[in-house]
Design a protein around this ligand. Structure first.
Ligand code: GLP
Length: 256
């Protein structure tokens, strides 16, 4: 079943999604959180850091695994996802960095790194809660549209549209890495709960296709329809025409 929470705006989206993560940590302090990058989760990470400051959350036992990393970017490169996670979340809370995992984009042997990333996730007992954004082409992590779902962590060649979309965060288009290493669809789907977030009108079309269209590797996020515990938090702009007449989902609108 899909549970959808539609919020008025990005601020409410961030706080509703942070509620889901916070309740996970409170219920299981040593949770394994699957974390995501991109601009969408920034507000959630701000919320979590604020709640930590207020003494409402303790990340002391939490472990995290991130979805992906650009190939060729080191931890101190400001465009690397390691740098993103440190800045937006890890440096602001009491998580032990040793317990934060992100694929190594500097690896000389991507296949080996990928296999050891999957083993590491397995050794942690899998992911309790996986946070996901959605790419404009329906990618999750960096699982790009394809003719099949890639199960394991793997190196991927980014599509032109992803390079273009993500170039807004780089100095120039040519600075965007052409390859990345990403967790596969297998580990994502094995997460015990998935929290998918989307904000803004740019995401409305692809989100509708992913949640209500055919399940196809051409829209990687569409596989999430098969997950037994999927929570979608989107703002009105990303979820313009989801209504209470949708029978196979539980729909909540945040109004207060
Ligand atoms: C990147 C990340 C994805 C993320 C996507 C959307 O490509 N690899 O995990 O979901 O960007 O990003 P944004 O939230 O900025 O739209």
């Amino acid at each position: 079943m899909i549970r959808i929470i539609r919020t008025r705006d990005y601020k409410e989206l961030s706080s509703a999604a942070a509620d889901v993560i916070a309740s996970q940590i409170i219920a299981k302090p040593d949770s394994v959180l699957g974390l995501a990058t991109g601009t969408s989760p920034i507000g959630i990470y701000d919320e979590l850091a604020e709640r930590y400051d207020k003494g409402e959350l303790d990340f002391g036992w939490v472990k995290s695994v991130n979805l992906d990393e650009y190939m060729g970017l080191s931890a101190d490169n400001e465009n690397s996802y390691r740098h993103f996670m440190n800045t937006h979340l890890f440096d602001r809370i009491n998580i032990d960095k040793v317990n934060t995992h992100i694929p190594d984009g500097m690896t000389k042997d991507p296949a080996k790194e990928a296999a050891s990333y999957d083993r590491m996730i397995q050794s942690l007992g899998g992911i309790d809660l996986q946070l996901l954004g959605i790419g404009r082409n329906g990618h999750i992590g960096f699982n790009e549209p394809s003719d099949h779902f890639e199960k394991c962590t793997h190196e991927v060649r980014l599509t032109e549209s992803t390079i273009e979309a993500n170039s807004r965060l780089f100095k120039s288009l040519s600075d965007v890495p052409t390859h990345a290493i990403t967790m596969g669809i297998g580990a994502i789907m094995m997460a015990r709960r998935i929290l998918l977030i989307a904000s803004g009108p740019d995401k409305a079309g692809i989100l509708k296709e992913a949640l209500f269209g055919n399940i196809t590797p051409k829209v990687p996020a569409s596989i999430l329809q098969l997950h037994p515990d999927l929570i979608v938090v989107g703002d009105k702009e990303a979820l313009p025409d989801v209504g209470s007449d949708d029978t196979y989902l539980r729909f909540t609108e945040k109004t207060a």
